[in-house]
Design a protein around this ligand. Structure first.
Ligand code: 15L
Length: 262
């Protein structure tokens, strides 16, 4: 079993790398930044927008975990080239190589303007991107859907919340995806057949995003950000759920800081 991980040098890739190591599995780490391969790993320095390099990177690969691309807002031209075109190149290379499973790192920012309501935000919320970055995640999901329906790839898109070692602010008490839960979600997704869009969130007490579809593909989160709540609230104060960053899925990404003229 060989898994190609794009964006392996990034934040989520770095957290997942040790957690996805398995006996009998080779992790092929791909990034524009050179990486040193450890036991059970292979390193490829390549750009996801380079079709020849991606064809070569797919050789012998069973599944792809596509994390590569900008992870925050950038000028449109960069988002278009790296996140949108790059995802097309990755999926095309996977299709040509006959790869069965592809997991796409989407983001909560694909649906950033979805408002907090009385109940949980359901799975498969219609796209409401909050930035050009969010648009690229919507496009990623759309490309994944196309490559599933037209070419039979098994695709799972992860609407990841906030994947860090620990929550960094009060919003993340709701949106945190612990590194261990991210690995659990990646494992479930790498084995899931069909086309799925799931929230990437831990079993946080303050969670307001559904875990139903995640659980349907076999993801059982084991962590809860509540253990960090007292400390974060002492530092930042109690959240006002009617205001940003708490009132909308995408938090501060929905605010004026991300207007194109700022
Ligand atoms: C994301 O999609 C970003 O990659 C990450 O940096 C965080 O800001 C996260 O969303 C979030 O919403 O907390």
């Amino acid at each position: 079993m060989r898994v190609l991980m794009t964006g392996a040098a990034g934040g989520v890739g770095t957290l997942l790398r040790p957690r996805l190591a398995r006996k009998g599995r080779v992790l092929r780490l791909l990034d524009v930044v050179p990486l040193e391969a450890g036991p059970g790993e292979e390193a490829v320095t390549a750009d996801i927008t380079d079709p020849e390099a991606m064809d070569a990177a797919m050789d012998g690969v069973d599944a792809v975990l596509h994390l590569g691309g900008h992870s925050v807002e950038q000028p449109w031209a960069d988002i278009l080239q790296v996140n949108i075109h790059g995802t097309y190149v990755v999926l095309e290379a996977a299709r040509r190589a006959g790869v069965r499973h592809v997991v796409l790192a989407s983001s909560n920012h694909a649906v950033g303007f979805f408002p907090r309501g009385a109940g949980e935000a359901p799975d498969y919320v219609f796209p409401r991107p909050d930035t050009f970055y969010g648009v690229s995640k919507v496009t990623k999901e759309a490309l994944g859907s196309l490559y599933h329906d037209r070419y039979g790839l098994q695709v799972t898109c992860l609407r990841i919340g906030s994947c860090f070692e620990r929550p960094r602010d009060v919003r993340m008490l709701s949106t945190w995806l612990s590194p261990d839960d991210c690995a659990r979600l990646a494992e479930a997704s790498l084995a899931a057949d069909g086309f799925h869009v799931v929230w990437g969130v831990s079993a946080n007490t303050r969670r307001w995003w559904s875990l139903e579809e995640g659980r349907a593909i076999g993801f059982e989160p084991g962590d809860d950000s509540e253990v960090f709540a007292a400390e974060l609230i002492a530092e930042h104060g109690e959240p006002d759920l009617g205001e940003l960053p708490h009132a909308l899925v995408g938090g501060a990404f929905c605010g004026p800081r991300y207007d194109v003229e700022n």
